[in-house]
Design a protein around this ligand. Structure first.
Ligand code: PEP
Ligand code: MG
Length: 587
């Protein structure tokens, strides 16, 4: 039966395929397709892991028998019996085999897919004792995965993101079937891990439009819906789903008519994309001759290829924190960072790269699950971004040295997130000087590096003239500026409807920052998600903005709007908008 789940659209486009449900704790399990001749090898890996774990459990049982005071261990012995029974269960073995044989999943993926199916069955059981056995099953799977990790797959990860399957509505033909990931929650680091993966779309239960998970999904330029509440409990493993990233709708078990409609829409989007591509080398100049700078936001050096493909003028925001996340406390050292920054600098082939210093905290924890540890606090107002860097000066100096050294290979600009106090500005600039001093002492080279501040906190926007005394340029982080001005957590889907870029207070702070930049003759850019929102382009131009930074996938759409704009007319309209109680975007 067909039904819809509604969420928040975060990344444009349409995708349809099979749902792959993944528990948040298991996103680091490898997901790839195997070839038909590799099926037996993958089944053997599961069998080998099963035998190993059974032997391990039997050994522990034996040791328990030999321990004095055996009665004290009856509970543990009973638990191990349950684990053994589960491992011997033929249904479990067949279930895992199904995913390997029928779907060509690698062994680990097959195992976790089966776990998701059985976990549902446990959740639905009435008997609380039986329901609790789900935890045992999870432990068994965890043990199996551990053994498998030690026995690498003989199978190379095939590059194909889809595999052929036969479908009723496609007649006798086999069609390429993409996969769509459905999860309760995904951290931004998990999301990044999926950048080179097999998935053609994402659905998560939680998250807001400008949560970092949504931002990474957008940078992948594949359809995504977040904040879909119960999606991961309603959608079943292997269900056929359509995800409409334009409207934020997920259709489960769609009818052939709906599929045909979406297939049509997908083709239209493709046509539109190739049409836009022709604008790649056209200068972004308005009808009245204003040249506009269009930069990109990246998370990794490898994103530079996409930036060049759309004809970006440089990188306006390199979110360096993605280098640091999901590393279990092992932060990258100076050399590793230096190599990553150099890769971006050389990747941009002489165009400027703006590297933002680490912005961890809030919805970007250094370690997966860390955010659950401080659930009772309000991490968005906590030790985040520059606050964290100033609290960890040795780490910060390491990053500053690495960035400065990369500037010897091409134009680099340094960008500091979330500054609020003048004393933070002074401390930061003093540390930059100190890092330069350390490099001088070692005779290590660095270039001229402009230093800029992000305007993300209302306090910063209100004292923008002071900021401009200290910095060479500014970049408005509208995602945070809106979050902090309107007091709504950008990650929390329950207040997503209050996230309003058109709120008069937000517009006032943006207008003020842009005007101050002009008055001081310094560049002001917007690098929040608004910069890539084509419905905001005309208003931003009217407010005087001349530099935008956004995901590569949005750049050409925004450029098209710029080519049709007349800033003299938009300036008048923007002033009227600023004076309105209920401002609306400029059409
Ligand atoms: C912003 O806040 O607008 C911004 C660009 O930074 P981030 O989204 O990484 O917090
Ligand atoms: Mg920010």
């Amino acid at each position: 039966m067909s039904f819809c789940v509604h969420g928040i659209p975060v990344s444009r486009g349409v995708a349809f395929g099979r749902a792959v449900l993944i528990a948040s704790s298991r996103v680091d399990v490898a997901h790839y397709f195997i070839e038909a001749d590799q099926i037996n090898a993958e089944i053997s890996r599961v069998r080998h892991a099963r035998n190993e774990v059974m032997a391990e459990i039997s050994r522990v049982q034996q040791q328990l028998q030999e321990l004095p005071g055996r009665e004290a261990h009856v509970e543990l012995a009973a638990l191990l019996d349950v684990h053994l029974m589960m491992l011997q269960d033929e249904q479990m073995a067949d279930g895992v085999k199904y995913w390997i044989v029928e779907r060509h999943y690698n062994a680990e993926w097959a195992l976790t897919s089966h776990l998701e199916v059985v976990a549902r069955q446990f959740d639905e059981m009435e008997d609380p004792y039986l329901r609790e056995r789900k935890a045992d099953l999870e432990q068994v799977v965890e043990r199996l995965l551990r053994v498998m990790r030690g026995v690498a797959s003989p199978v190379a990860h095939p590059p194909s993101p889809t595999r052929k399957e036969q479908f009723e509505w496609a007649g006798d033909e086999s069609i390429e079937v993409p996969l769509i990931l459905v999860a309760h929650d995904l951290s931004p680091a998990d999301m990044l891990q999926f950048k080179q993966s097999v998935f053609a779309g994402f659905v998560t239960d939680v998250g807001g439009k400008t949560s970092h998970t949504a931002i990474v999904a957008r940078s992948m330029d594949i359809p995504a819906v977040v904040g879909a509440r119960a999606a991961s409990t309603i959608i079943q493993q292997d269900d056929w789903i359509v995800i409409d990233g334009n409207e934020g709708v997920v259709i489960v078990d769609p009818s052939p008519i709906i599929l045909a409609e979406y297939a049509h829409e997908q083709r239209q989007l493709e046509v539109e994309r190739s049409r836009l591509h022709r604008l790649r080398n056209t200068p972004a100049v308005t009808l009245d001759g204003q040249a506009i700078e269009l930069h990109v936001n990246i998370e990794q050096a490898s994103d530079c290829a996409a930036a060049l493909k759309v004809g970006a003028m440089g990188v306006g925001l390199f979110r360096s924190e993605f280098l640091f996340m999901g590393r279990k406390g092992q932060l990258p050292n100076e050399e590793e960072q230096y190599r990553a920054y150099c890769a971006a600098v050389t990747g941009m082939q002489g165009l400027p790269v703006t590297i933002r210093t680490i912005d961890v905290g809030a919805d970007k924890p250094l370690n997966r699950n860390a955010r659950h540890a401080d659930d009772h606090l309000n991490p968005a107002l906590g030790l985040r971004a520059i606050r964290w860097s100033l609290a960890e000066p040795a780490m910060f100096l390491t990053q500053l040295r690495a960035i400065l050294r990369a500037s010897a290979h091409g134009p680099v600009r340094l960008l500091i997130p979330m500054l609020t106090h003048v004393r933070e500005i002074r401390q930061t600039l003093a540390l930059i000087d100190k890092a330069k001093g350390q490099l001088n002492a070692k005779g290590q080279e660095y270039g001229q590096v402009a230093v800029g501040a992000m305007i993300e906190v209302p306090a910063a926007a209100l004292m923008v003239d002071v900021f401009l005394r200290y910095f060479d340029f500014l970049s408005v982080g509208t995602n945070d500026l809106i979050q902090y001005t309107l007091a709504i957590d950008r990650v929390d889907e329950s207040v997503a409807h209050l996230y309003d870029p058109m709120h008069p207070a937000v517009l006032e702070l943006m207008a003020r920052t842009i005007a101050a930049g002009h008055a001081h003759g310094k560049s002001v850019s917007v690098c929040g998600e608004l910069a890539g929102d084509v419905s905001m382009t005309r208003l931003l131009l009217g407010l005087g903005l001349r530099s935008f930074s956004m995901h590569p996938s949005h750049l050409l759409t925004v450029k098209q709007q710029i080519l049709r704009a007349d800033t003299c007319k938009l300036k008048v309209l923007a002033q009227q908008t600023l004076a309105s109680e209920d401002p609306v975007p400029l059409r």
